[in-house]
Ligand binder design. Structure first.
Ligand code: BMA
Length: 377
């Protein structure tokens, strides 16, 4: 039986609709589209995990911008359910990875029309001197309200807001996930720990949300918070996870970036420590999300160039499936397929091809076909 049919059956007869009573609580003016998207994500929690991929339609190994092309599709015959997009360099025609914003906009609209889900991340340049988001100058205080460079923050936020508002179908704003200032517990971005105080980080996140809502009247976003595993002393620690948490009125989805980079002991080829750390962290986040009435997801993951042929089933899927709590995450999103030395999704000819097909075939994983339609009719 197709997974789609199972989900439809479940939604009608097994009370998905009960689960779906949850709504976005952070924004009383959330659009119906945003509420519906929230409910769709919520409805699958514990029953299926949507597969996501960054820049899935923009490029992959050996190709750039070809209609209908997508590495996940080339390997498995299925498209992702969740599509990650990056809006860093929003003040130029192309993002920091050379994807034209005009193309991104068209893809986002097309994805929405086909029932897929868009998720934006934002490697915002250092607004003060125009250097990249990896510039670690201590500038956060200066760009907050009252700071000497506040206008420079507004410049980037206005551009981001206008881009988001331009993504419409039938004159309605397309609902999407927005994940700003991610991995803030690491020290590699200007908004990261050590480069800004926790209080200023929180003020920045909150300012962004308030500015979008009040100044730009944007109410179609599901806001995601996403610390990085590598800078948590213990992946199961709530205190570590909640460093910089802006509050329940500013967050709808508890995310987590985990690149499975816990060091394995010499003779542990599967890296049981890394797997345990993944599951422990997801269980903690799922509990927290349930208490707060929020969604949860593995917002970024992958293993650079994927050296283990069974990585997708052995290191991600099976460990998550074995934990009813960790299985509550709504999606797992793999980072971009830039080149052989920097890719996180399988592609034709890669050692993970057979395993990735199994990963996609598993009843637990959900693709575009399971949640929407498909690009190839
Ligand atoms: C990083 C790398 C970079 C990229 C950035 C933003 O993790 O993939 O090459 O520019 O994300 O997408």
């Amino acid at each position: 039986m197709q997974k789609t049919i199972i989900l439809l059956f479940c939604s009608v007869f097994l009370g998905y609709s009960c689960h779906s009573n949850k709504t976005i609580t952070s924004d009383k003016s959330a659009t119906k589209g945003a509420q519906d998207l929230y409910k769709r994500l919520e409805a699958t929690a514990g029953k299926g995990i949507m597969i996501g991929h960054q820049d899935a339609l923009a490029y992959g190994l050996g190709w750039w911008k070809r209609e209908g092309m997508c590495d996940m599709y080339r390997v498995s015959g299925e498209y992702p359910a969740v599509y990650g997009w990056e809006i860093g360099d929003i003040h130029t025609p192309r993002n920091l990875d050379s994807v034209a914003f005009s193309d991104m906009k068209n893809w986002m609209i097309d994805i929405h029309k086909n029932g897929g889900i868009n998720a934006i991340s934002f490697h915002m340049d250092n607004p003060v001197d125009g250097a990249s988001s990896w510039d670690t100058s201590k500038i956060t205080k200066d760009i907050l309200p009252g700071g000497k460079d506040h206008q420079k923050l507004l410049f980037h936020l206005d551009l981001a807001a206008n881009f988001i508002k331009s993504i419409q179908t039938d004159a309605q704003a397309v609902p999407m996930i927005y994940r700003p200032f991610h991995e803030h517990n690491g020290n590699w971005f200007w908004w990261g720990k050590g480069n800004t105080t926790e209080a200023d980080y929180i003020a920045l996140f909150q300012f962004n949300v308030d500015y979008f809502r009040k100044k730009h009247n944007i109410h179609n976003l599901i806001y995601a918070f996403s610390p990085d595993r590598s800078r948590m002393k213990s992946s199961g620690s709530r205190t570590d996870y909640l460093y910089g948490y802006p509050g329940d009125d500013y967050v709808d989805l508890l995310g987590w970036d985990n690149y499975m980079d816990v060091k394995a002991s010499n003779n542990d080829s599967l890296n049981a420590v890394g797997i345990k750390s993944l599951v422990t962290g997801l269980e903690m986040i799922a509990d927290l999300a349930a208490e707060k009435g929020k969604l949860c997801a593995l917002t970024e993951t992958g293993s650079e160039s994927i050296k283990d042929p069974k990585w997708f089933t052995q290191r991600i899927l099976n460990p998550i499936k074995a934990s009813p709590k960790a299985s509550k995450i709504t999606y797992v999103s793999f980072w971009r397929n830039a080149r052989e030395s920097h890719h996180y999704m399988s592609y034709p000819g890669h050692i993970t091809e057979a395993d990735f097909k199994d990963f996609v075939k598993d009843p637990m994983t959900l693709t575009l076909k399971d949640i929407g339609t498909n690009f190839v009719k």
